[in-house]
Design a protein around this ligand. Sequence first.
Ligand code: OOG
Ligand code: MG
Length: 253
Amino acid sequence: MSVIQEAAALLDGAAAERQEVDQFPPGHFTLEQAYEIQRASIQRRIERGERHKGIKLGFTSRAKMIQMGVDSLIWGLLTDSMIEEDGGIVSLSRYIHPRVEPEVCFVTRRVIDAPLTSLEAVDYLEAVAPALEIIDSRYRNFKFSLEGVVADNCSSAGVVIGPWSRRFDCLANAGVRVQFDGRDVLVGSTAAILGHPLRSVVQASRLLHGAQMSLPAGSLIMAGGATAAEALRPGLHVQCRVGSGSGALGQVT
Ligand code: OOG
Ligand code: MG
């Protein structure tokens, strides 16, 4: 087996078995190969019957870069099996050492197959929603290099999406608040996401173009965490609110 297929099988197996693995030695593969590993590992899920659902961006905020010690924008692929229900119960046994972080999610209304400008981005979007991402690195102790995390599909594991709306006007510098059992644990602003979450759509279009990929209409785009992530524990009630009052995008639980 090639380095690519071997790493893809290892990481896919780790996710499926909820078993953490050691990091690859430095220089084991390049960043370009890491994206190939990511695609090969998702291909294994597709062959098991999962469906492509869209993409996620990572390290679009300083808070996330600092927490994880990685300072480049990265992206990963979402499948339908990662979707958790808004207001539902998340079974932690599906994960290894899950953390949660506040995001916003877009759904596209047109195929994205060329780089977009910020002005064009909204035309390609059907709706936006407050969202929570559940990240779950397959690496031991949640520690990784840039190449390592990309190969591991950027720690993608779960996504919880709140109510959809076309309130794109609410996205500029909206307050983001995550509560665990009613107590604030993560507080920030949508402005932390590349200055404005719509820039994540612009970046997504560029990254897709660079990878010679397109995104069909109806795809999800997770904009990236607005704050650092916080570990999940059994029994927690987790709620995320984006915006407030007349500028509220809504909440997801
Ligand atoms: C990598 C994924 C980063 C984000 O929103 O910045 C990410 C990780 O932190 O494990 O999802
Ligand atoms: Mg994220």
